[in-house]
Design a protein around this ligand. Sequence first.
Ligand SMILES: N[C@@H](CCC(=O)NCCCC(=O)O)C(=O)O
Length: 256
Amino acid sequence: MRQPLIAVSTDVRQFENYTWHAAPQQYLEAALSAAGVLPMMIPSFGDRLDLDELLSSVHGVMVTGSKSNVHPSLYGGDASEANGPYDEARDATTLPLIRLAIERGVPLLAICRGIQELNVALGGTLATEIQDQDGMLDHRAPTSDNQDERFAIRQPVSIKPGTCLAGVFGAGEIMVNSVHRQAVGRLGERLQVEAVAEDGTVEAVSVVGARAFAVGVQWHPEYWARSDDNSARIFRAFGDAVRLHAADPSGRLAAE
Ligand SMILES: N[C@@H](CCC(=O)NCCCC(=O)O)C(=O)O
């Protein structure tokens, strides 16, 4: 299969008098160019979607970043205007999709809001406005109208030895971008920390015992996937896992 299919999460937004289910181009471009897979956007129709059927038809799942926050009711927190905006239609789609992808051994790459959704899907919590907490760095984008400046690579993260990402980057420090105000709080079940920032913020996780690549990163490799080798590497690793799954969806050949 030259271009295996991946399901891509969508945000629900109102503009030009319509409701749109959309994903930013950078994610679609990185999937196509760096991972070599065909991205297919999945409308956020929650439990109206037959996710079993969907996961029988695609070979990977990518959960994108977004300005919106996971609704706090999903992890025992309190909703407020300051904590928003929310996108409950997206939550109702991505959380079950993430759980089922893991259960079925479908490769998963979860980016920024995506790692937060992965953590909540597996029973974890989120910390909010982390820049206001003692000893924490400001992980938000620099204030600018220029997207290249907002997504500039400027933050060191430390990749833990022996992890999935150590196999992708090598253990040690890499430089990434950072555009978030929430982060993993209590770690979800079956998740292990793969990378941390200098202030201890969880920057990447993987699913312990997953049958396929199942990784979340708090940074944005999609933005520089064409020009930054580390950004491209994670998409290549995801693309390799997707191709493997397309060739052997039951994982039977790999187990032999
Ligand atoms: N809302 C969460 C999710 C962070 C995230 O996905 N950021 C992408 C934002 C894109 C942009 O601002 O242009 C949080 O802030 O932690």
